[in-house]
Design a protein around this ligand. Sequence first.
Ligand code: SF4
Length: 114
Amino acid sequence: MGEIIFWTIIRIAIVIPLLWILEAYIPQQFWWLISTATIYAAILHPAIIHYRLFKSKNKEILESTLCSTCAHFDETAVLCMLHDKHPTRVFLPCEGLDWEPRSSNIDSEGIIKS
Ligand code: SF4
């Protein structure tokens, strides 16, 4: 996820000054249309595509591993924060020994939801 944010910031840092420079060469009546289309095409659309790829690539880890229900798991980075390692479908950094339920997985009586 950090990589998506990083490259989005890089694209913003390139596109915004470029549009600012090109403002003098673009007819005023088309300025908002061209700048909006450029911002969407060069900044928003690639970020959306990369986010969808990130979600589909990590879908199994996010939905069907022990880590996905653990309090130490950071979904935005697909990272075990306790061991500072990326779990996979076949690799759990703690081998299940440090698993702790998320508070959202515990009901009002203290029983872990399945
Ligand atoms: S502590 Fe264990 S179960 Fe929890 S996220 Fe880390 S590796 Fe996964």
